[in-house]
Design a protein around this ligand. Structure first.
Ligand code: CA
Length: 223
């Protein structure tokens, strides 16, 4: 794990470098804005600690330019004054998090861990409708505490409906969203998959969450 510290205060920079190296990070230090920008675009850092008040170019500008150049490594802004205003500005220019000086080293370490975790495992929110839960990142579905075993297509259909609970969709709309290309297979494919889903997520639990709306289509009841 490689970290870039952009900080012009020598003692602070040395303290951060030493502390982070003791934790096993590789640490580079840049002491002004332009140098920080150069380091950050030339090397693959896992996280950047970016001071706001810097000579040459302030931290906001460094952050903004990095994002404009397509550098998406996590950036933790280190702010000194007027935290609320700086926090807002930092987030507006694309920083991921901020920490107000003075801060404890333990908190800094925790923030760095959180930031790098976020990057490694992007986890979309788990969808919830009634007691159904669906995790798009792990492809798991539960009814209450029971995990359901769905085929990839069944999963895709349920995910689509769970993203729009209560809304009615016609067959064509469902095919367009779930089958993802101009489907030319069997005409009753939607009916078929709705019935597969009912067998797995409704019937065993005495539920009726997948409704047929006559002449219109299908909907997943909200609860
Ligand atoms: Ca400074």
């Amino acid at each position: 794990m490689r970290i870039l510290v952009v900080e012009d205060e020598v003692r602070m920079a040395a303290l951060l470098k030493r502390g982070l190296e003791e934790d096993g990070y590789a640490v580079d230090v840049a002491t002004d804005g332009p140098e920080g920008l150069w380091y950050a675009t030339e090397n693959p850092y896992d996280t950047i600690l970016l001071d706001v008040m810097l000579p040459g170019m302030d931290g906001f500008e460094v952050c903004k330019r990095l994002r404009a150049e397509g550098c998406w490594m996590p950036i933790l802004m280190l702010t000194a004054v007027d935290p609320v205003q700086e926090r807002v500005r930092g987030l507006d220019v694309g920083a991921d998090d901020y920490l107000t000086k003075p801060f404890s080293f333990a908190e800094l370490e925790a923030r760095i861990r959180a930031l790098t975790r976020r990057v490694k495992v992007p986890r979309p929110t788990v969808l919830e409708v009634d007691d159904l839960r669906l995790d798009p990142s792990t492809h798991q579905v539960w009814r209450g505490d029971t995990e359901l075993d769905l085929s990839p297509k069944e999963f895709a259909l349920l995910e689509f409906l769970m993203r729009h609970p209560g809304q009615v969709f016609g067959r064509t709309q469902i095919i367009e969203h779930v089958w993802d290309f101009e489907y030319e297979g069997i005409s009753n494919v939607v009916e078929q998959y709705i019935s597969y889903l009912r067998r797995k997520l409704d019937q065993p639990f005495g539920k009726n969450s997948l409704e047929t709306v006559r002449g219109v289509g299908y909907r997943l009841r909200k609860g």
